[in-house]
Ligand binder design. Structure first.
Ligand SMILES: [Zn+2]
Length: 377
């Protein structure tokens, strides 16, 4: 009898714990009015956009450009509050010793071509408070993240220079390993994760207040960065490996461990990262045929999964728009964000949860990085 009662109590307890971890969401229908009301109540931050690869060659972000995923008219239509623009440095710049040069060109295209030429739409900011300030002014906050740690050419001095120019995250690697960190795209893994100098880089990023971005890095680099960093780390554009088994996505263990330290996984919209094999050789509009093109529902699946294993405080958005060749049907350009809001509401997410996923989680992680830097200086 006693053991029966004990078993009953334990069963109830386990059920309660499971419920707390994964609140049962009630699917429901929503009105257009509710979608837009909730959407407008968010501070919508996208932590990765590659339109800079076009503006650096002269494209005007102010002009409607249906052949791309990003332009100002559609950013406004999509209700965006903040955009981290990628200062992407391709691996090809390494061989000519032009990595830092390219990073400077990419930073300039954000500061000059995007912000300076469109002062009514953008406000250049470098902090979580700056994002809130831009939001209050009804402008889109523009921020810079370097993609590819080879940009610093193995020099902490250059890292500090980039910080001074306003760079607020750095993706430790791109598809190439560099002198101090291994990439998920490199089968050789020459550093066995982060080298001793790589750990110094992370330490200096902590001291400066630059977010450590683990998108693109190898699993060992991730664990080394997580262990080394005194501040939360984040992935500016990665999805869940449990749902799409590609090295660029994060395992459940990685997502949960990063969340425990206050970090955020910003879900990437690339079809192939949402659904393995989807859109592999396709363009924005198409699919290869074998695996159908990803949809908004696939993005919701990844958000659900990350929320289930790491909590609603650990998930954000990093579209990778204009850096990917296939984006999900219904969510394939910067004006389509309200479709995601609708899908999340229909899935049963509360408005407060959507506000966290859209921006508050990123703002919290940024503020923690800023706080750590204050304490280290
Ligand atoms: Zn990338």
């Amino acid at each position: 009898m006693k053991s029966f009662i004990l078993t009953a109590i334990l069963t109830a307890l386990f059920a309660a714990v499971a419920m707390a971890q994964a609140p049962a969401r009630q699917k429901r229908t929503v009105t257009d009015e509710e979608v837009m009301r909730v959407h407008r109540s968010t501070i919508l931050i996208d932590t990765h956009n590659d339109v800079t690869s076009f503006t650096v060659d002269g494209a005007d972000i102010g002009k409607s450009a249906p052949d791309r995923m990003t332009d100002i008219p559609r950013m406004k239509q999509g209700g965006m509050s903040a955009q981290f623009f990628a200062a992407y440095v391709a691996a090809s710049y390494v061989k000519d010793n032009k990595s830092a040069d390219r990073a400077l060109q990419m930073i300039d295209t954000v500061l000059h071509d995007i912000v300076e030429k469109h002062p009514d739409e953008f406000l250049f900011v470098t902090s979580s408070a700056g994002i809130r300030k831009a939001h209050e002014q009804h402008k889109i906050a523009a921020l810079i993240g370097i993609e590819g740690g080879h940009a610093i050419e193995d020099s902490l001095r250059l890292l500090r220079d980039f910080y001074d120019l306003g760079v607020r995250y750095m993706t430790l690697t791109h598809t190439n390993s560099n002198g101090w960190a291994d990439s998920s795209g490199d089968p050789n893994k020459p550093n066995n994760g982060l080298s001793p100098f790589g750990k110094e880089v992370v330490h200096e990023m902590n001291r400066l207040g630059m977010m450590v971005d683990v998108a693109h890095v190898s699993d060992k680099t991730f664990w080394d960065a997580l262990e080394t960093s005194k501040a939360p780390i984040f992935s500016s554009h990665s999805s869940c490996r449990a749902l799409a088994d590609v090295p660029r996505n994060m395992t459940d263990q990685m997502i949960a461990a990063m969340a425990k330290k206050g970090g955020v996984i910003q879900i990437n919209f690339s079809c192939g990262f949402l659904k393995k094999g989807s859109g592999a050789a396709g363009s924005t509009g198409g699919s290869t045929g074998a695996v159908p093109r990803a949809t908004v529902a696939d993005v919701v699946k990844h958000i659900n999964h990350a929320v289930e294993i790491a909590g609603v405080d650990a998930v954000g958005l990093g579209s990778d728009f204009d850096g990917i060749t296939c984006a999900p049907e219904g969510l394939d350009s910067v004006d389509k964000w309200p479709n995601l809001t609708r899908a999340l509401l229909e899935e049963g997410y509360a408005a407060a949860e959507i506000r966290k996923i859209y921006g508050e989680n990123t703002l919290r992680a940024m503020a923690a990085v800023e706080q750590t830097a204050k304490q280290m200086r």
